[in-house]
Design a protein around this ligand. Sequence first.
Ligand code: GTP
Length: 596
Amino acid sequence: TPPERIRNFCIIAHIDHGKSTLADRMLQLTGAVSDRDMRAQYLDRMDIERERGITVKSQAVRLPWQHEGDTFALNMIDTPGHVDFTYEVSRSLAACEGAVLLVDAAQGIEAQTLANLYLALENDLTIIPVLNKIDLPAADPDRFAKELADLIGGDPADVLRVSGKTGQGVEELLDRLVAEIPAPQGDPDAPARAMIFDSVYDAYRGVVTYVRMVDGRLSPRERIQMMSTRATHELLEIGVSSPEPTPSNGLSVGEVGYLITGVKDVRQSKVGDTVTNQRTPASQALPGYTDPKPMVFSGLYPIDASDYTDLREALDKLKLSDASLAYEPETSVALGFGFRCGFLGLLHLEIITERLSREFGLDLITTAPSVVYEVTTETGETLIVTNPSEYPEGKIGSVAEPMVKASILAPKEYVGTVMELCQTRRGTLLGMDYLSEERVELKYTMPLGEIVFDFFDQLKSRTQGYASFDYEPAGQQEADLVKVDILLQGDRVDAFSAIVHREKAYAYGTTMTERLRKLIPRQQFEVPIQAAIGARIIARENIRAMRKDVLAKCYGGDISRKRKLLEKQKEGKKRMKMVGRVEVPQEAFIAALSGD
Ligand code: GTP
């Protein structure tokens, strides 16, 4: 297809605002999927199948559309919808010239949508504002059309009203995509340059790489080169998803499609990288490539020590499809052998632990999430600390912590509550905008370390679920941080060390010592539990010594009962961890970490 008859777009929408349903209607109306083959959530369904390794999810789908006598190719590019994947979202947007801003006509715009809208505007995309679900009795399109028009500029009358459910307005939307989104531009005679906007692992076909051709042309059987690593591969297959993968004889300027080279690991085909031709390579890569950088770290430990090898194999497998997952072996006195893992954010952490348990059947304990601290010692040496137990001993020059720019959207009656919460999390208010008469956007800079600690749950519960939240990285900043250690009879329990603001050290110390006192059973001797900053004790609890031993109540008579008790004790021993002379059941550590 010549560039003038191509339109590349994505749909920006909040969860549940109806992206999948609208995509279904577009597939149907354009005839990309016949009515006979149509099933609800067509593209999502492919996703589930992909998880099972059956077929490939369509990260981009080509829709043929007749407009004023010409056939156009509308390429709909999928964008990941989560806060943690801003970089992937930005690459998907960079592959488009336009974006549909899809908003539920009964709900209005949410923080996530707003964040992605800002990204789209930064990428100079043409925005087509659309209100969805206008068939709902609760829909209030007049109100939200005004909100959208105020937000992006323009006339409320230009905000399109559709229903993905009934199909109302969807043809008009397709026509507007053609009329308003600019055609892609690029040099057909220049050396090939294609931008990778997604890279998906498939059990049968290896890595499937989704690209947007910017200049030149790529054809099957050619040798291609990844510009960030100079690695070369043979192009085994090239094609378009329409929506089933369909091999073609090449991709040219403005086209969107997939490549298969037989590589088995998504790290060999990185999002944001530029693909060129090995024989006549481009001299300059496309702008915007960066390596994914983990922001949040956590220790993952199998509850059953014999699952360690399975955990390693599971992580190796997940890494094939997730280039941003990082991990290395780690040992802990309290928890045994495990891995320190790096994630893009909290949601990414949740997805990975969920997959480890659901797909690999692993029972894991996750240590409290930590962020990346830059610690400068007195001698001027800078250390990167992602695990509090690796915090340097002795005098510290300064510590810097990662900051984020947070955007919170809430109904105006919750503004006070939200501000209070952000204040306790060391937030600095940057600004406040009324999106409409009822809804306010609050902008804060906040330490990421304060967000990884149940901020989202707090925000939701304090606003009855009405607030939405998003953040983006905003560099490192110095702060008065200290490491708090938890000691059992003078021995440090590594899994409980935390790096916190000096003003919060006491609260952390008392909470953890109290919690452990309740959870650790009595020993033959008294056990002090202390919280300390360096050598200074800031909190203390005592576990009193045990008075009787287990057999005392057996009166020496009942042998079988005695044996049973001994066996039970032995069973318990297996899961005991020794901290110095203190025996602690592993369950106590797990419970203390999860805050139960
Ligand atoms: P995620 O995949 O979770 O991001 O959601 P989504 O944005 O793709 O939304 P989805 O299409 O799954 O729709 C969410 C819910 O809204 C479903 O229960 C749909 O049936 C419903 N829905 C979607 N579009 C419409 C519509 O136009 N009208 C009505 N009444 N309901 C709709």
